[in-house]
Design a protein around this ligand. Sequence first.
Ligand code: NAD
Length: 300
Amino acid sequence: MKVGFIGTGTMGQPMVNNLLKKGFAVVGYDVAPAALEAALRLGAAPAGSAAEAAKQGDLVITMLPSSAHVESAYLGPGGVLEGVARGRICVDMSTIDPGTSRRVAARLRERGVRFLDAPVSGAVPRAVEGTLTIMVGGDARDLEEARPALAAMGTNVIHVGDVGAGEVAKLCNNLIAGVAMVAVSEAFRIAEGFGVDPKILTQVISKSSGSTWVMEHGHPVPGIVEKAASSRDYAPGFMTDLMAKDLGLAVNAARELRIPVAVAPAAQQLLRLASSHGFGRKDFSSVYRFLEPSSREAPV
Ligand code: NAD
């Protein structure tokens, strides 16, 4: 089976690599030449546009930054809709707003093309291992058809509900992960201020009620978790700007539903501030770097 893979960036590259390793042929496309070249080095064939990649693929996969990119890659000039054949399945694995997934799905349906939203959790290390969690919205039979390709990239492929439901699950997860990272960063800054060894604090928290996945795997303090982005000068990983976007998706969804949310917007604003101070393209654990104490002369 040949997969048309559109968006061969940070996540797309290891995902393409796993598809190739599991015997799929891949034809790749990315607007950024460096990202496309990286996919070609892995063994993908090149396409000159999203339409061309979609035309050549038996299955189309997209892994793009945000809702606007997905909308334009599917519906814009040279987009998927121009190339994809009737009856094909398109799987969008980007993290975007569920409303955009539904809109794109509706436009594809008019042409007899099927659509699944299938965002992922696990970031780069699990994309590399092929052990992503993939949460899927759309028709269950379409998922069964696409499952072999998804299983090449992830170990937990979960059907959540109709189109858009995968994105809902993803934004709920990232609301928790984004807020937790800010909380862990604040806690470790306080401990540091009191001279408590962050390694010992990590030991304590990992056996206590504050234990969280982001601390265990993506510790914001360098040198504690070897695999964490903080131990590589916060090279992403998962960029601050992307997490700020995801918290924004959660906040927007809550606003539409008239659900009060207090901590998600606070975490989002902190990540935005971190971004405007140069941490936008660093891993989102760099919010810890941003949360430096004021000078000792500052009034308390
Ligand atoms: P990225 O910016 O590294 O990669 C996205 C790629 O899409 C880029 O190479 C970009 O040039 C390309 N692109 C943009 N518009 C395009 C278009 N119209 N046609 C073709 N290519 C286009 O981002 P990423 O980290 O790979 O993330 C992709 C998605 O996955 C995002 O929605 C993100 O929120 C989600 N995600 C990322 C991680 C992570 O750890 N990086 C984890 C889980 C989910």
